[in-house]
Design a protein around this ligand. Structure first.
Ligand SMILES: C[S@@+](CC[C@H](N)C(=O)[O-])C[C@H]1O[C@@H](n2cnc3c(N)ncnc32)[C@H](O)[C@@H]1O
Length: 308
């Protein structure tokens, strides 16, 4: 079966290119507010970040099919000595938009992976109370649902699609997918990796979520596409996909990622929204595209690129 993958270069706070209830699963990882290593000063302040998530949550409710699932990979973030409750706030905003809170998986990275290792070392220098700052080796995978899934819908699905969507019970048991803690290695900082400079998540995360919450031939959305990890996995698993990305400079990397698997019958389309005159926040550090949270949403097809 051939699949279609559409990348819109524009702000995901509105996703007007997508029809109502035409998405069966969202898997995404937004910027973690102004994460010091990846997105310093991306947002003017925390309220601006929350406003983006709130707009997204409401439009997501529109595009997601009834009963379907939306997953955020995210974490609380320490910025200039203050810890921001990103996980709690995304949960609240998703509930406010009408979603049900279904589950939280804790993604645990290997112990060797510590970016701010000097944090916990303070106690070694000052072995007294009040110097404790632990190193973080986990993130949250928040799972929300739009109402409840109607299992009678399975009768309408093509039996071939159902059989291709079968979950491997071997993986489910051996890799402990059934637990609320998933031990998964993060993207390793190899020199030749495509995701250099992008806070990419490992393929294993969208792989599990896509297998667990969508059927073969359905459509997956990633509104913060980054290097295109979700899209690549969707392509590999025979799902269609939509992605939004504000940084036009990532087109080459996304294209490379999707080209990677030869022999897959899929088509990739890049759509560029018309850039408004005014530009403002929410632009990644690498380059400041002329789009703001409130950018024009009229899609204009400037480039259509196909890979077979
Ligand atoms: C954490 S990264 C996503 C990484 C992705 N999961 C991957 O594996 O490559 C977040 C991405 O969201 C993009 N972004 C930030 N604000 C955006 C917005 N308002 N609309 C669309 N994309 C946005 C950033 O440019 C960045 O590439």
């Amino acid at each position: 079966m051939s699949t279609v993958h559409r990348v819109v270069f524009g702000n995901c706070m509105t996703m007007k290119e997508i029809h109502d209830e035409s998405i069966q699963l969202m898997v995404t990882s937004p910027p973690y507010y102004n994460a010091p290593f990846d997105y310093p000063n991306l947002f003017k302040n925390y309220d601006e970040f929350l406003s983006l998530i709130s707009y997204l949550a409401h439009d997501l409710y529109r595009v997601l099919a009834p009963g379907r699932v939306a997953c955020f990979v995210t974490d609380d973030m320490l910025v200039k000595g203050e810890k921001y409750p990103v996980v709690a706030d995304i949960t609240r905003l998703m509930l406010d938009a009408g979603f049900r809170y279904r589950d939280r998986i804790v993604w645990v990275k290997p112990k060797g992976y510590v970016r701010i290792s000097r944090r916990s070392g303070v106690v070694i220098q000052h072995p007294y109370p009040m110097y404790y700052y632990p190193d973080n080796i986990h993130e949250s995978i928040l799972i929300f649902q739009k109402g409840r899934f109607d299992y009678s819908h399975l009768r309408e699905l093509d039996p071939k699609s159902i059989s291709k969507s079968k979950i491997s019970i071997y993986d489910y048991h051996n890799q402990e997918w059934y637990l609320t803690v998933w031990n998964i290695t993060n993207v390793l900082p190899l020199r030749e990796r495509l995701e250099k400079g992008i806070a990419a998540f490992p393929e294993e995360i969208p792989k599990r979520l896509i297998k667990l919450f969508s059927f073969h031939g359905e459509t997956v959305l990633d509104p913060f596409l980054g290097s295109g990890t979700t899209m690549r996995v969707a392509q590999e698993l025979g799902r269609n996909s939509w992605g939004y990305e504000i940084d036009r400079g990532l087109k080459k990397i996304i294209a490379q990622k999707l080209e990677y698997k030869h022999g897959l019958d899929s088509r990739v389309e890049f759509l560029f929204r018309r850039a408004p005159k005014e530009s403002r926040a929410s632009a990644p550090r690498r380059q400041r595209p002329s789009l703001s949270h409130r950018d024009a949403v009229t899609p204009r097809l400037r480039c259509l690129q196909l890979f077979q």
